[in-house]
Design a protein around this ligand. Structure first.
Ligand code: SF4
Length: 289
């Protein structure tokens, strides 16, 4: 070793501390966690059961084709986020928020906490104050979940990152995401679809409403059950699910609105069992959610 690197400390006996196990990666932790493995298998069974319970109508491929042609004629290039944790936090913020407010809250968080370790130190109260300053609803609840997610990652992994999700398969990545505080199926699906370019199919209130009005699924099914059904019924490719998700979301938001659906302008009116009811102006379409 060159003399300039020599240190007198090297001559001192160094106390040997007990060997600590090397920290596991997120992948190793997930694969070792039998609960997560069982959860992903059980989830897959429920997905398959939902399809056995209700077959996809013959019109589904044509509905998908028309929606995509009308609302998303050009598919973007799939993108893998450098840090999926950012996408998860943005998804938490997006609940009951517009895209504009979500972006504003996320920018405010990054300005206040340039690294997530600072947000962890800021605590739920500090995060809540930042969110309130940026406007938008549910600041206390979302701040609590964001802090708990950071705290869980710090405690169980020692790093505030979800980059290693890239190394897990789809079911394992979902199981891990859904094991985090406040992360349900839809939130996990959004991260899988938008940040990891995986073939997930998030179902929000717009897609849920459109699916029921078109009678793709029974009207009594919950949004979670509808999402599981789509997961089994749609081709398992990122491109087809991304296109169907985005196009159906835009259709529900812009045309098949909750209170006043625009059936007269709808590209699906000849395929929709609810269209006649709405076109007559007697009442709104099948279900208003
Ligand atoms: S016809 Fe009306 S109710 Fe049916 S999908 Fe179109 S807008 Fe919605």
């Amino acid at each position: 070793m060159p003399a300039r690197f020599a240190s007198p400390l090297l001559a001192c006996p160094v106390p040997v501390s007990p060997a600590r196990p090397a920290p596991q990666t997120l992948v190793e932790q997930t694969l070792a966690d039998q609960t997560l493995v069982e959860q992903s298998l059980a989830d897959q069974t429920l997905v398959e059961q939902s399809l056995a319970e209700h077959s996809p109508p013959a019109t589904l491929p044509e509905i998908a084709r028309r929606l995509e042609e009308h609302y998303l004629p050009t598919l973007p290039t799939p993108r893998r986020a450098a840090e999926p944790l950012n996408g998860l936090i943005q998804t938490v913020l997006s609940q009951q928020n517009t895209g504009v407010i979500t972006a504003r809250q996320f920018a405010a968080l990054r300005a206040a906490y340039p690294v997530w370790e600072a947000a962890l130190l800021g605590g739920p109260d500090g995060i809540e104050a930042v969110l309130r300053g940026a406007g938008g609803g549910l600041a206390r609840t979302k701040a609590g979940y964001i802090w708990q997610i950071l705290e869980r990652l710090d405690t169980e992994r020692g790093a505030l990152s979800l980059r290693d999700l890239q190394d897990l398969d789809d079911a394992q990545a979902r199981a891990l995401l859904e094991s985090l505080p406040g992360v349900g199926r839809k939130t996990a699906s959004c991260v899988l679809l938008f940040d990891l370019a995986r073939p997930a199919m998030p179902v929000d209130t717009h897609i849920w409403r459109v699916a029921r009005r078109l009678e793709l699924v029974p009207g009594v099914w919950s949004a979670v059950k509808v999402e599981k059904w789509f997961d089994a019924a749609l081709p398992r490719t990122w491109a087809q699910r991304y296109a169907f998700h985005v196009a159906t979301f835009r259709h529900g938001r812009d045309t098949c609105k909750a209170q006043r659906p625009r059936c007269g302008e709808c590209v699906l009116s000849d395929l929709c069992p609810s269209a006649g009811v709405v076109l007559n102006g007697q009442k709104s379409a099948a279900t208003d959610v």
